[in-house]
Write a protein that binds this ligand. Structure first.
Ligand code: R1P
Ligand code: URA
Length: 315
């Protein structure tokens, strides 16, 4: 029992993990993770033929069931907003998959989970219309939550991206800003096989979609170039600066900005799970257009992911 987990390290009450209020057998091996808890019942209503679990705790709604279209068991899980919240959820999902809750020890064997983040995002590419589904190829995270997890660089493209974004961020800093030089961009990528399945499903369904580069910010306002508050910001014209990122590399077109894909792909890639991100472009940061009703596009995104899950199952 040397590797028994301390109840304070992994809090479990009534056999269910603390924040998600979920037991190991209640989690499916294919998971769609959404930011907004209200999106969970919408997806369940649209896609599940049967429901076996519906839980809501600490703002995290989870529904598990079998889909009508593919007959696959799937969980819809909430990440909440931002990397810190996502860090809690993904650690608990991994524990549900890898820990025996009766002995509180790590299982010797477990199957990797397959997870896709389905979210909304701000469009950074003027050529990509609002309503498009962005399949994240690579992501650069600007939060510091991921920096607590020492995961090797996935490839050379990630190394290049980290360097480029670091240099762009530094160049956009206001001279003398207190936190100048403190932001450390990190890059991650979607699982190649899962991304290929998503790309194939998107082509089959005939939806507006594009593959590209995503920026994951640590916040929604100053972090995404929104100077709303009455305090100064560390960077000037951050969005203008980031827009210059894509140009040197065909295939690395910058597409969108959101708040979870960076940690999601970094952490899950480190665990060896299959993970990807699909986000609807709901506004155009460069022109200021905003689409408040994106329910149909989110449902399209979920349909696409469920198709890809089914294809992956046979690979
Ligand atoms: O729609 P979700 O999945 O929440 O994603 C986006 O929307 C939130 C900001 O409004 C952030 O969580 C961002 O990543
Ligand atoms: O602009 C946007 C829209 C959605 N989500 C974000 O994080 N930013």
């Amino acid at each position: 029992m040397g590797n028994r987990l301390n109840p304070d390290d992994l809090p479990v009450a009534d056999g269910r993990v603390y924040h998600l209020d979920l037991a190991p057998e209640e989690l499916a091996r294919h998971v769609i993770v959404v930011g907004d808890p209200d999106r969970v019942p919408v997806l369940a209503e649209a896609f599940l033929a049967t429901r076996e679990v519906d839980r809501f705790h600490r703002g995290f709604r989870t529904i598990t069931g079998v889909t009508a279209e593919t007959g696959q068991r799937v969980s819809f899980v909430t990440s909440g907003i931002g990397a810190p919240s996502t860090e809690i959820v993904l650690n608990e999902l991994a524990a549900l998959n890898e820990v025996d809750f009766t002995t509180m020890t790590r299982r010797e064997q477990w199957q990797p989970l397959t997870l896709v983040r389905l979210g909304t995002s701000g469009g950074l590419n003027p050529a990509t219309p609002v309503g498009t589904l962005v399949l994240t190829d690579y992501v650069v995270g600007l939060d510091n939550t991921a920096l607590y997890y020492d995961i090797p660089l996935p490839d050379e493209a990630c190394a290049l991206l980290e360097e480029r974004v670091r240099s762009i961020m530094t160049g956009a800093e206001l001279p003398g800003a207190r936190f100048a030089g403190r932001i450390a961009p990190y890059a991650a990528r979607s699982d190649r096989g899962l991304l290929a399945s998503l790309t194939a499903a998107a082509g089959t369904l005939g939806l507006p979609w594009i593959r590209g580069l995503t920026i994951s910010s640590a916040g929604f306002f100053a972090e995404q170039g929104r100077g709303v508050a009455r305090v100064g910001t560390t960077h000037v014209n951050l969005l203008d600066a980031l827009e210059h990122l894509a140009s040197p590399w065909p295939g690395f077109e910058l597409q969108n900005m959101e708040m979870e894909a960076g940690f999601f792909l970094h952490f899950l890639g480190g665990l060896g799970y299959r993970a990807a991100a699909v986000c609807v472009v709901i506004n155009q940061r460069t022109s200021g257009v905003f689409m408040a009703d994106y329910r149909r596009q989110v449902l399209d995104g979920a349909r696409l992911i469920l198709r890809a899950f089914k294809e992956c199952e046979t690979v």
